[in-house]
Design a protein around this ligand. Sequence first.
Ligand code: ZN
Length: 259
Amino acid sequence: MGIRQYLIVMGLVWGAIIAACATAPYTDRSQFIIVSASQEVSMGAQAAQQVKQKEHVSQDKAAGSRVRGIGERIAKVANRPDFKWEFTVIEKQDLNAFCLPGGKVFVYTGLLALVESDDELAAVMGHEIGHALARHGAERMSMSMATQLGGQVASAAIGMQNPAYAQLFNTAYGAGAQVGVLLPFSREQESEADYLGLILMTQAGYDPGAAVTFWQKMAAKSKGKAPPAWLSTHPADEDRIAAIEKDLDFVRKRYAPAK
Ligand SMILES: [Zn+2]
């Protein structure tokens, strides 16, 4: 590597160190994020346009207003006025839902057919919004950018500055290198989204116990079959449900709105 390339890489690494001081809401987990919040919102908005072009947006007014109603209640407690919240129903028999960075939420009609209450729908929407709130997409992108930057040089440079970041960086780089591509969401991010989702739905006035019945239904649906792609890195069903049950009491006591 020439001195010029070295200086460029060092500049990027320094930029990364300065920008990387992020912590996830509610859990205070340290995050390696080198994408700005405004970049993230505009990338999410762009991706949302592509989803709406590619998929069939539902014309079902009742389904649309149900999803929007629940989503707006959760968005209100999520308290991110910089997000461009939008709630869209996609006409497709997939058990699918996601929230793009910046608050673009999509729910598929296949999933709407599975849920038996607004509380259960709030559970899955809370989970997806939890991913966006904790900037899991930006975190993934940062990991992938860091991977491209080149493992060793950046890792050594970051290591000189701060061992904590070096560890985060190595985790990101190692995970990506192991599977060939970076994982969609890590298990840690999934568990965090479960926890955040539980808090958000509770604050929005929904019964967090519905998260348990929702994930039980999902587990029953996927028995014997490969889980849908968006779930492929999700924790094992029984672990996830046990973790949610364990958090229920605390979340109810701490986050239930005053009646
Ligand atoms: Zn998830």
